[in-house]
Design a protein around this ligand. Structure first.
Ligand code: SF4
Length: 361
């Protein structure tokens, strides 16, 4: 049961802008606005998925949470303590309680260390094990990750991709964290292995009550694992809702486009024909108003000048001026397919106009 009154993680207005420097004097001439004003909470034992297209800022958010990159501003509260102001030593201690799993475990494991050595390091450093009980602790972590004692003597290159990710998870678990940031943890794996790793993460969560921030572009995996979902576009959260509500009735046009574009396992299920138009704009020069407006099939004049704020609409928190009209659609006040058809018509008009300008050029 999600209890956001006492969250493990409370992120407040997290912002990360990378300065752009030019010239001999390396003057700052602008910023890449990778993450802006991102806020969310994660309860113990809960999985919050952060989704969006490549470059939307989800991985930067994950790294900024752990201060693997320094946030520009904002607060990250872990069990009520502000991680953003900790000294280097205090941060090292706090890292015991928050860990990260990367997409490529091979890159995060030292190829010259056996699994025993890779696990012993965090176990001893954070005082989870002593030299006397180290072997038992290593065996316990391996068991949790579906590996055997004999795997402890192997090197990373001796494992398959799935086993290597299990070692990556074991290393993250070694310090008994309260929170794990899972940064695209199954994207590089075969589909059958993906399912094993996702199930393993769920089993571990059930056994240890760890909270996950699950960063992914794969909505099928997110649907399976997440309790809540935050959708990011150009560095900002544009919609957040319980997973079942978000997939059943997405409110933001961008969320609807993402879901419509996701592969469907059942060929008999008719796909909603809503595609995201064009490429995402540059984070160096985000569009005025709603940053989604150049690609949004239902944008109105107001969208070009006024940035929508996140607010409650139905079961979601949404940043869209037209969230209420979509709300009406969801509650049946408007014909069931009316909004979809409007979106499709607008998209077809945009494509026709683009084709016409190409033909006349
Ligand atoms: Fe589209 Fe306007 Fe809503 Fe942005 S605010 S998502 S441009 S309708």
């Amino acid at each position: 049961m999600t209890d956001l009154a006492t969250p493990v993680l409370d992120v407040r207005n997290l912002t990360k802008h990378f300065p752009i420097r030019r010239g001999v004097l390396r003057r700052v001439v602008g910023n890449v606005e990778a993450v802006t004003d991102v806020s969310f909470k994660v309860a113990p034992g809960e999985t919050l998925a952060v989704v969006g297209e490549s470059g939307c800022g989800k991985s930067t958010t994950g790294r900024a949470l752990l201060r693997l990159i320094e946030p520009t501003s904002g607060q990250v509260m872990l069990d009520g303590a502000d991680v953003t102001n900790l000294s280097r030593n205090a941060l090292r201690q706090a890292r015991r309680r928050m860990q990260i799993i990367f997409q490529d475990p091979y890159g995060s494991l030292n190829p010259r260390m056996t699994v025993r050595e890779a696990l012993s390091e965090p176990l001893l450093l954070h005082g989870v094990a002593t030299p006397a009980n180290l072997d038992a602790k290593v065996a316990e972590v391996l068991r949790l990750c579906g590996l055997s004692k004999f795997h402890a003597e192997r090197y990373p290159h001796e494992f398959s991709g799935g086993q290597r990710q299990r070692v990556g998870i074991a290393r993250a678990l070694a310090t008994r964290p309260r929170l794990i940031v899972c940064d695209e943890p199954v994207s590089a794996l075969d589909v059958s292995v993906q399912a094993q790793i996702v199930n393993l993460l769920q089993d571990i969560q059930r056994e240890l009550g760890i909270a996950y921030v699950f960063i992914s572009h794969d909505l099928a995996v997110v649907r399976h694992i997440a309790n809540r979902v935050a959708v990011m576009y150009l560095g900002r959260i544009v919609e957040e809702a319980a997973a079942k509500d978000l997939f059943a009735s997405p409110r933001h046009p961008y969320t609807r486009s993402l879901i419509a574009a996701a592969p469907r396992p059942d060929p008999n299920v008719k796909r909603e024909r809503i595609a995201v138009e064009g490429d995402a704009p540059s984070a160096m020069a985000p569009p005025s108003g709603c940053s989604f407006h150049p690609r949004c099939p239902i944008a109105v004049e107001r969208c070009k000048v006024e940035r929508p704020v996140l607010r409650q609409a139905g079961t979601s928190t949404v940043a869209c001026h037209l969230a209420e009209s979509q709300d009406a659609h969801m509650t049946g006040a408007v014909d069931k397919h009316h909004l979809n058809q409007t979106l499709i018509r607008r998209l077809e008009m945009l494509q026709a106009a683009r084709q016409k300008s190409r033909d006349t050029a």
